[in-house]
Design a protein around this ligand. Sequence first.
Ligand SMILES: Cc1cc2nc3c(=O)[nH]c(=O)nc-3n(C[C@H](O)[C@H](O)[C@H](O)COP(=O)(O)O)c2cc1C
Ligand code: SF4
Length: 440
Amino acid sequence: MKAFDTYLLDRAKQDGAHKLESYRKLGGYKGLEKVLKTGLTPAAVIDEVKKSNLRGRGGAGFPTGLKWSFMPDPAKDPRPRYLAINADESEPGTCKDRVLMERDPHGLVEGSLIAAYAIRAQAVYIYVRGEYRLSHDRVRDAILEARAAKLVGKNILGSDFSCEIYMHKGAGAYICGEETGLMESLEGKRGHPRPKPPFPAMSGLWGQPTTVNNVETVFNAPFIIERGGAWLAGIGTKGSSGNFLCGISGHVNKPGVYELPFGVTAKEIIEDKAGGIWKGRKLKAWFPGGSSCALLTGKDVDVVLDHDSLKARGSSLGTAAMIMIDDSTSIARVMEIIARFYDHESCGQCSQCREGTQWLAQIFRRIAHGKGQPDDIDTLDALAKGMAPGKTICALSDAAAIPTLSAVRLFKDELMECVRKQRDPLAVKQPEYAVAGGHH
Ligand SMILES: Cc1cc2nc3c(=O)[nH]c(=O)nc-3n(C[C@H](O)[C@H](O)[C@H](O)COP(=O)(O)O)c2cc1C
Ligand code: SF4
């Protein structure tokens, strides 16, 4: 792997960086100061972010500057407006925002304030995954410290910019990470996604203009302001700029969260960062960006990690959470677990998703447990095609259908064999589960 500069995790690697004093010593709040003390207008901040080509890190890769520019002109639309930070981080395999929140929470506070300034929001709501207790506490403490230092609240740093930051804990529902489900949940209702349009920029939280951004996305903002949009645009590849946090998990020797520039190959990450596939086994399949992406095979590790290259391979970058699956693993079992997750997390509003996720879970379960029926693979394919793309209120239905379609396409023979033999030849025997301390 070629040498590259890091910035996202530099502070996080220092002990005590979560405290305001250390954060400031390490150069923190310089971006916010630049915005407020040099009289940068909100439009100029948005322009700089547009120049940087920053794309959202929450899964969809939407251009951030463009998203911010969708917020209405306050001269024509004086309604209150909000920024919601998506810290729900529930996509299976994804654990990058947690590192930022636990180890560098002021980076999130500063990034949120710059984003709020750009979209002229008077309040930020940070929606944190309920299980992330340390993340919650560290961000809460950072907000308290920042408020005491006049970095949050009224007339920040003596300017006329005022902004409050509030926190909200999720209660363990994946669907509350979907941006409109998140807003419903913040409003105190069930996390049922809303049909779009209207889009959040026109009618979001409490019906007011709202922008929803992922933690890692706004974390980039202070660096862009300090170093310039052209600096970030110069890192990575043409359509994907900057560094990103890659969470690699599963059957590798050194799972973890690593900072990398877009443009590295999956092979480089597996070998140079994750210490290779474990137990001397071979890579059979992998998810490049969380379980909602299409599976790729072990042969696809030459692919470059960025939005366009993964799209060209029929998958997507998602949250850059690589889940590695070795050649001793049963695909039927992997898909049984994944389909069960989506079945459990579907909110039930759309029939394709409510019924479809349940059927996928049942069929993968029976295939994995030696009870598959001759037409099951075709049924899986037809079902998944009826669930995606874009047929439902939100993308959870797609998230269940996409890995299914890839499993059926890439591992049809293996799934058929389970059905033909009425057993899964790769089923894990009981003792290995017992040793791993897992459940069956
Ligand atoms: C079912 C579902 C779950 C999602 N969960 C998350 C999540 O946990 N965190 C996140 O940032 N985005 C999540 N998203 C994506 C958000 O809807 C939204 O696109 C994102 O927060 C936008 O931020 P960005 O533009 O900064 O990437 C999810 C989407 C779907 C469909
Ligand atoms: S697609 Fe699924 S999770 Fe999304 S709104 Fe419809 S039923 Fe709910």
